[in-house]
Design a protein around this ligand. Structure first.
Ligand code: ZN
Length: 241
């Protein structure tokens, strides 16, 4: 019994000593600022170029394993009464392409419309108009990615339930890639990447061609619309500007 007590006393002493010597990392001011949820004032201070830089910096942190440790429950509490996101990222449903993760963003930072193959339809365009015109988002990013299953399906013109309709939406991108005499199916990885790239460029153009509201905001310098490609093997995003 005495031995048992001694053991617990020793364990307690060791634990207390360990606690006494633990210094939690103190984040730099810049990191604290980035980890703080967006407010109406911080959203208003972000220009389209600053928004773009913020996402570029976030992806650098993500790809190098330096994502910010956020206190998400604190962020939930801080954004519960209102949100002021500064960017909108249209991305694929791919499990490796979650915008909040690949751009190292927190709760309330970005709007994230997602659909397999990151193409445009009326609902997504409406979501973008809401995000920019009503909710103050300053940047729209169309994020494609490497090894995209939806793009591969489009290359092979897959026919399967509702997937057929989705694949049809991606056909303009397939047709946009010039014929170089090589195989135009998902077996040709280079072709798949070219189609994914073309799809991003087509979608960026379509956003400003189709939406009068967003076109007007671009003309006035209130927002920017850019494309980007995520490499799923490295986690790095290359912007197409
Ligand atoms: Zn995809």
């Amino acid at each position: 019994m005495l031995m048992k007590y001694r053991f617990f006393a020793l364990a307690l002493a060791l634990t207390l000593t360990a606690c006494a010597h633990y210094d939690p990392p103190t984040p730099s001011d810049a990191t604290s600022q980035l980890a703080a949820p967006m407010t109406q004032a911080s959203q208003a201070a972000i220009t389209p170029d600053l928004a773009l830089q913020r996402l570029k910096d976030g992806n650098e942190r993500f790809a190098s394993g330096n994502s910010i440790m956020r206190n998400l429950p604190d962020q939930v509490a801080a954004t519960g009464s209102g949100q002021f996101p500064y960017a909108t990222v249209l991305s694929c449903i791919d499990s490796r392409a979650a915008p909040e993760l690949v751009f190292d963003q927190g709760i309330g930072d970005i709007f994230s419309p997602r659909v397999a193959g990151n193409f445009l339809n009326d609902d997504i365009l409406g979501s973008m108009e809401f995000a920019s015109k009503v909710a103050g988002s300053r940047l729209i990013v169309v994020l494609g990615h490497s090894s995209c299953g939806a793009i591969k399906g489009a290359c092979d013109n897959v026919q399967l339930g509702y997937v057929s309709a989705l694949v049809k939406e991606l056909q303009p991108a397939v047709e946009a890639v010039p014929d170089d005499g090589r195989e135009r199916t998902s077996k040709n990885a280079a072709f798949v990447e070219k189609v994914a790239h073309a799809n991003v460029e087509i979608t960026v153009k379509e956003i400003v061609d189709r939406s009068e509201i967003l076109r007007d905001m671009v003309t006035k310098g209130q927002i920017k619309v850019v494309g980007a490609m995520l490499d799923v093997e490295t986690g790095k995003v290359a912007f197409i500007e």
